[in-house]
Design a protein around this ligand. Structure first.
Ligand code: FRU
Length: 450
């Protein structure tokens, strides 16, 4: 249960519910000029009685809450899934003049099965009467369908089935046949696979398919993490590139899980759930528990030390003023800090309570972020452990570096080396950080919301 909030930790730029619980982002679809964001939602500030909440936005930053979209029924709770805009009404569930949004989700009851719901006005969703559309009575874990347009025509869904993902194809979003599977080879850990996504990006003019797979809580990986594979998709199944058989995490921090991307946007935009299953139920935020990461645009970059890598840049950058030098005092609780330097250096943010938060580059050329003394920790025994305090990851670049930190009250996101290293971290300072100290050969600049 979320513990009592000693002060207001509500973020300004990150989506959080008014009250109650959220985990995974669901049904990310852009349709009729609106970005939709559904989420795994429970009415109390802890996991349970899972519905789909619903919000919409014109810019991915300012969100308007809409009525809860999907509630539990006789097939079970409404677990994670996706949504597409069926612009040609291939499902026949809308009309040519008013094509439907089709949401596909997991009905989690005695078994996990896939169901669909139809939205004709962007607000109200009606469950398909013949659900489930992909029945299951054997697999204990069979969930989190992500629907995409098949490059060869029709539709594909990728979903998680225990220690691997499975692909199904359909012409009408209603009748589905299995076309392939991938996994568990190259797996990062033994946890259950969850919330896959599959999409193409380009790297130097070449199409490369990205398969995201989230991994349930596993101590060997410090909680729940999202990994990615690079490879190809032939319309039936995914094959990893020979040079990329070892998966990499999309985020080196602790708090970016179950991330998936938008359907219907030109750029590939990811939102993750900004928490870790290890401590997510105990966050000290009071009547709400859970928030999303900043939406980030994903690209592929060829790096000198790590080859092809996924890179991300937060969409909130456009909100911030031109950077100006900062030393000593830090204004407010929402800002972007850009620290650039060479060799070893550290930025230290601190407050009058004696709490401090650090990030920087160490002598071994790794980037680190450290919340071990950055505020409240004892609300959960794992969050308080040193291994959940400081984390580091090696750079894929050599030489001069730039670290860009977006700070938003109780969450920060650090991007380094053109976004090829990202760290998303929750933190709960008992008072705002109001001073900054830069150690080493580096300079800091600040940008504020304009
Ligand atoms: C991932 C997950 C999904 C599931 C949902 C339940 O965080 O475990 O696999 O659908 O959360 O809320």
């Amino acid at each position: 249960m979320s513990t009592k909030a000693p002060r207001d930790f509500r973020p300004a730029l990150h989506y959080a519910p008014r009250s109650g619980w959220i985990n995974d982002p669901n049904g990310l679809v852009f349709a009729n000029g609106k970005y939709h964001l559904f989420a795994q939602y429970g009415p109390e500030p802890h996991w349970g009685d899972i519905h789909w909440s619903h919000a919409e936005s014109s810019d991915l930053i300012h969100w308007r809450d809409l009525p809860t979209a999907l509630a539990p029924d006789s097939l079970g709770m409404v677990f994670s899934g996706s949504a597409v805009y069926d612009s040609e009404n291939t499902s026949g569930l809308g009309t040519a003049d008013n094509p439907p949004i089709i949401a596909m989700y997991t009905s989690h009851g005695e078994h996990e099965q896939q169901s669909i719901a139809v939205g004709l006005d962007g607000v109200n969703f009606t469950k398909y009467p013949q659900n489930p559309v992909i029945p299951n009575s054997e697999k204990p874990d069979f969930r989190d369908p992500k629907v995409l347009k098949n490059p060869k025509g029709g539709w594909t869904v990728v979903l998680a089935a225990g220690d691997h993902v499975e692909f199904y194809g359909s012409e009408d979003l209603i009748h589905w046949n299995k076309t392939g599977s991938f996994g568990p080879g190259g797996n990062h850990s033994k946890g259950v696979w969850e919330c896959p996504d599959l999409f193409p990006l380009t790297l130097e003019g070449r199409e490369v398919w990205v398969l995201l797979v989230s991994m349930g809580a596993c101590t060997e990986n410090l909680g729940s993490r999202t990994q990615y594979f690079l490879g190809s998709f032939d319309g039936k199944t995914f094959t990893p590139d020979g040079s990329f058989t070892k998966p990499e995490f999309i985020d080196s921090g602790f708090d970016n899980y179950a991330g998936v991307t938008y359907f219907g946007t030109k750029e590939r935009i990811l939102i993750g759930w900004a928490a870790n299953w290890v401590y997510a139920n105990d966050l000290p935020t009071g009547e709400f528990c859970g928030q999303m990461t900043l939406p980030r645009v994903l690209t592929l970059a060829d790096t000198p030390l790590g080859g092809p890598r996924l890179a991300g840049a937060p969409v909130s950058d456009k909100l911030f003023s031109e950077p100006r030098p900062v030393t000593g005092k830090l204004p407010g609780e929402v800002f972007k800090l850009t620290v650039s330097g060479e060799g070893e250096a550290e930025a230290v943010l601190s407050n009058a309570k004696g709490e401090s938060f650090m990030f920087g580059v160490d002598g071994g050329n790794s980037i680190y972020i450290d919340r071990s003394n950055a505020g409240l920790r004892d609300f959960n025994p794992d969050f308080a452990k040193p291994e959940y305090g400081r984390i580091s990851a090696p750079r894929f670049f050599a030489g001069p570096w730039t670290l860009e930190l977006t700070f938003d009250c109780s969450i920060c996101e650090l991007f380094a080396d053109k976004g090829t290293r990202a760290f998303t971290q929750l933190l709960y300072p008992e008072a705002p950080f109001d001073s900054i100290d830069i150690k080493g050969n580096a300079k800091a600049e600040i940008s504020l919301i304009v």
